[in-house]
Write a protein that binds this ligand. Structure first.
Ligand code: HEM
Ligand SMILES: *[C@@H]1O[C@H](CO)[C@@H](O)[C@H](O)[C@H]1NC(C)=O
Length: 325
């Protein structure tokens, strides 16, 4: 009787320990013995792709963010829709703007050929984001790994989890806090907008329809507004694109914060970081101390990469990142 109870408790304990994952279950060099070349294979695929098109590096860094903020870092962003099951990648926050999927596919194909069913798609995204930050910004950091892939992706879920570009500092703070990220980490990670591009629809209200008396957002440099209006003519059925940092769109650095200082943040969610009392000090500090920003950026990427991860026997290791096994 007594030992039956004890063994029940033991089984319960094992069950609890193996199903409750936490960030500390991830570890640097997780594939050291199971697939020693895992990280170098990802690096090769990223290096090749980003050399050809630096925008893909921006896309992959954004992909990691969009993956981790929706159901945790579980590669739910990569699942293709099936009949009757629309997935995250079809949400307007991702379609048509999110790019870099083919780079992840290529790394996965190479990995499956040398270490079948071993390296998760969620780890591939995390490695690839790190390698992109290195290619585009010289930012170097280790990525704890051992994530498992999810089996669920739901088209609507980005709505409640990803911040829209119209958010103010308080709304952004709250959104990131829900994922366990601090105000300083939010300001620091926004520095990713020193690379890549935006569709005009994400900021055109700032150019043409700010409010009933002011068509243009007064917190935007009128010269930047002019430049953007050329790229984004008002009556348009198409949705053109513009760089988030017009001067150095392929360099991941703290120039982003200097742009904010000069009222040259493209999105409302960018400019608000300089103009809001709660974040102004942090934005100013990042504008001045580039090396410190880069260091904080690396740490915040690692933290973002640990949001609600699955480990151990949870989830699965997908064979093809676009479909569940
Ligand atoms: C703070 C809240 C954030 C908001 C509101 C936001 C919003 C946006 C929007 C609207 C775009 C343009 C998409 C388009 O229309 O094509 C964009 C692009 C981008 N975002 Fe964010 N973002 C945020 C945070 C982040 C974070 C935390 C990261 C990564 C660490 C990130 C990385 C990027 C990158 C790299 C691009 C350029 C993508 C490309 O060129 O393909 N963003 N973001
Ligand atoms: C429009 O925006 C300007 C500049 O921020 C502001 O001064 C003005 O009060 C706003 N008008 C309305 C009607 O909201």
């Amino acid at each position: 009787m007594r030992s039956a109870k004890l063994s029940t408790l033991f089984i319960l304990y094992i069950f609890t320990v193996s199903t409750l994952a936490s960030a500390s279950d991830l570890k640097v060099g997780y594939y050291h013995s199971s697939c020693p070349n895992a990280e170098s294979i990802v690096r090769k695929a990223v290096s090749k792709a980003v050399s050809r098109n630096p925008g893909l590096g921006a896309g992959i860094i954004r992909m990691h963010f969009h993956d981790c903020f929706v159901r945790g870092c579980d590669a739910s962003i990569l699942l293709d829709p099936t009949p009757g099951n629309p997935t995250e990648k079809e949400h307007p926050a991702n379609n048509p703007s999110l790019r870099g999927y083919e780079v992840i596919d290529e790394a996965k194909i190479d990995l499956e050929s040398i270490c079948p069913e071993t390296v998760s798609c969620s780890d591939i995204i995390a490695f690839a984001a790190r390698d992109s930050a290195f290619k585009l910004g010289g930012i170097r950091y280790s990525v704890p790994s051992g994530r498992r892939d999810g089996r669920v992706s739901i088209k609507d879920e980005p709505t409640a989890n990803l911040p829209p570009s119209t958010f103010n500092a308080g709304e952004l703070e709250e959104n990131f806090a829900k994922k366990g990220l601090s105000l300083d980490e939010m300001v620091t990670l926004s520095g990713a907008h020193s690379i890549g591009r935006s569709h005009c629809s994400s900021f055109s209200d700032r150019l043409y329809s700010f409010n009933s008396t002011h068509p243009q957002d007064p917190t935007m440099d009128p010269k930047l507004a002019q430049q953007l209006m050329k790229r984004c003519p008002r009556p348009s059925t198409t949705d053109p694109i513009a760089p988030l940092d017009i001067d150095t769109p392929n360099r991941l650095d703290n120039k982003y914060y200097l742009n904010l200082k000069n009222k040259r943040g493209v999105l409302t969610s960018d400019q608000t970081l300089w103009n809001s009392p709660s974040t102004a000090r942090m934005a100013r500090s990042n504008a001045i101390h580039g090396a410190n920003w880069a260091h904080k950026f690396a740490d915040a990427m690692v933290k973002m990469g640990s949001i609600e991860v699955m480990t151990g026997i949870q989830g699965e290791i997908r064979k093809n990142c676009r479909v569940v096994n």
